[in-house]
Design a protein around this ligand. Structure first.
Ligand code: GAP
Length: 461
């Protein structure tokens, strides 16, 4: 149970802490940084991997009718014409006439309580923008004199292949991960013959030229998406959609997110092909509720478009009955979920001696490090004994070996990265082959025989 509620936590503290504790660093920091791109440090990469593994296990491994894949990031340029990204994947952008700072107009309107979104036309957005311009201030110079809002395409162009030729078509980095699944639909059907309804899942990178990346990992220019696309018969979408929504909600609770920090939000303006769309939102410290995952009922749009643009028939043959399957999509942003998990776990506690400890209360399955092995001293054979203990558990649990500083400080370091168990090797260990196991949340300590350690952790994990 946390001491701090999310309303009492500050995102700035979490950003600072993430760097100090080895979770997340700004990309290219020694060159002044690159906006909207982050790197995961040694502790962060373990947490990220554990979240992915947890998702994969629950979403693919535990389900009879879900299959995984991993598509290449570069795709044929026509893919992005077919998906509508080259023509319509844009955000409304305006520029401050005084200092040239670019703003995302729909987000600025939202900040002053006016509902606007990416599906509105340029004209509709500009009417709202004109009416409210004096209430919107440039974040750099404070002015309110802006250019008109213009659609700004978010696809990131690359120059793969013959980029010297004038005729060459640009290749794009993926704007969303799901296209790789649609492109392989026929390959999967022809090779492993899944019976409809079935799902395909993948974790892949996406790149968006966000006008104003903001809120740390929340809005970045490079991020990962964990997607499932569930293929159903036409018009057999409703029950499956409700079931998927329930499963996705439960997944977050199992991950360790408390229900009081989650909510559903239904899209008000649906894209023309969608039949329904809901977002799961998390209550982030400082900036509040915002989307971490979209659950979309997309009808037959995606496979119909790829059939039209590629000329290859992507219909499914169900015992002689041919149709283009409808798709139910779940798309989770891993950076956002990472930030939600970190925000949820971040806690502070005043101890009996009046000092304060920072502790990350991850559930033990996703904790970056499971066990820390701490020899009380480096000398007198304690280091060798601690090595023995490390080798005993490290193959089964991600473990860390730390022999620097006072033992109290070492416990604090492990609390800060959310390590559920510390194992201390001391002089008694040399006498009776027992170690002290300290539990992160209660800080309770007990003596356990080394030979019983594996069983102990099996029961606890
Ligand atoms: N294929 C559907 C799709 O891409 P989306 O709502 O644009 O839908 C899905 O993205 C998820 O990807 C979002 O719920 C969010 O978690 C994540 N996401 C989108 N844009 C992002 C960004 N700029 N930075 C980090 N995560 C992002």
């Amino acid at each position: 149970m946390n001491n701090l509620k999310n309303s009492e936590k500050k995102m700035d503290d979490i950003v600072r802490f993430s760097k100090e504790a080895g979770f997340v660093y700004q990309s290219s920091e020694i060159y002044g940084g690159l906006a909207g791109v982050y790197d995961f440090g040694p502790v962060g990469v373990e947490l990220l991997k554990n979240i992915k593994d947890f998702w994969w296990r629950e979403t693919v491994k535990k389900k009879k009718n879900y299959y995984g894949l991993d598509s290449g990031m570069f795709k044929h340029p026509k893919v992005w014409d077919s998906s509508g990204h080259t023509s319509g994947f844009s955000d409304p952008m305006a520029e401050c006439k005084n200092c040239n700072t670019r703003i995302r107009v729909d987000k600025e309107l939202e900040k002053i309580g006016i509902s606007a979104d990416e599906k509105m036309s340029e004209e509709e957005i500009n009417i709202l923008f004109d009416e409210n311009k004096d209430k919107i201030k440039c974040s750099k110079c404070g002015g309110s004199d802006f250019t008109k809002a213009k659609a700004f395409n978010l696809l990131v162009k690359s120059n793969l292949g013959d980029f010297t030729s004038k005729e060459s078509t640009p290749v794009y980095l993926p704007g969303e991960a799901c296209q790789g699944i649609y492109l392989n639909f026929k390959n999967v059907v022809d090779s492993i013959h899944p019976k409809i309804p079935f799902g395909l899942a993948q974790i892949n990178k996406a790149f968006r030229n966000e006008i104003s990346p903001r809120n740390f990992l929340f809005r970045t220019r490079e991020f990962e998406q964990a997607d499932t696309q569930f293929f159903v018969k036409p018009n057999e979408n409703k029950d499956a959609y409700e079931k998927i929504k329930k499963e996705r909600w439960q997944w977050y609770l199992d991950l360790g997110i408390s229900e009081e920090n989650l909510k559903w939000s239904q899209h008000e303006n649906l894209v023309f092909y969608a039949s329904d769309a809901w977002d799961i939102e998390y209550n982030f410290p400082t900036f509040g509720y915002d989307e971490i995952e979209g659950v979309h009922d997309r009808t037959d749009y995606d496979l119909s478009q790829h059939t039209k643009f590629s000329g290859v028939d992507l219909s499914y043959n169900d015992n002689g009955e041919k149709f283009i399957p409808w798709i139910l999509e779940t798309s989770m942003g891993l950076g956002r979920v990472f930030l939600a998990v970190l925000s949820e776990a971040y806690d502070k506690e005043i101890l009996e001696d009046g000092s304060e400890r920072t502790v990350l209360r991850f559930n033990s399955e996703i904790a970056p490090v499971k066990i820390a092995i701490l020899p009380l001293m480096k000398k007198d054979g304690l280091a060798e004994k601690a090595d023995e203990v490390f080798n005993l558990v490290a193959g089964d649990y991600n473990s860390i070996y730390d022999d620097t500083g006072k033992i109290g400080k070492r416990y604090r370091r492990q609390d800060e990265i959310g390590t559920p168990f510390c194992v201390t090797v001391d002089y008694d260990t040399l006498e009776d082959n027992t170690v002290t196991v300290r539990e992160r949340d209660s800080m309770k300590q007990e003596r356990i025989k080394i030979e019983d350690l594996k069983k102990y952790f099996e029961e606890k994990n």
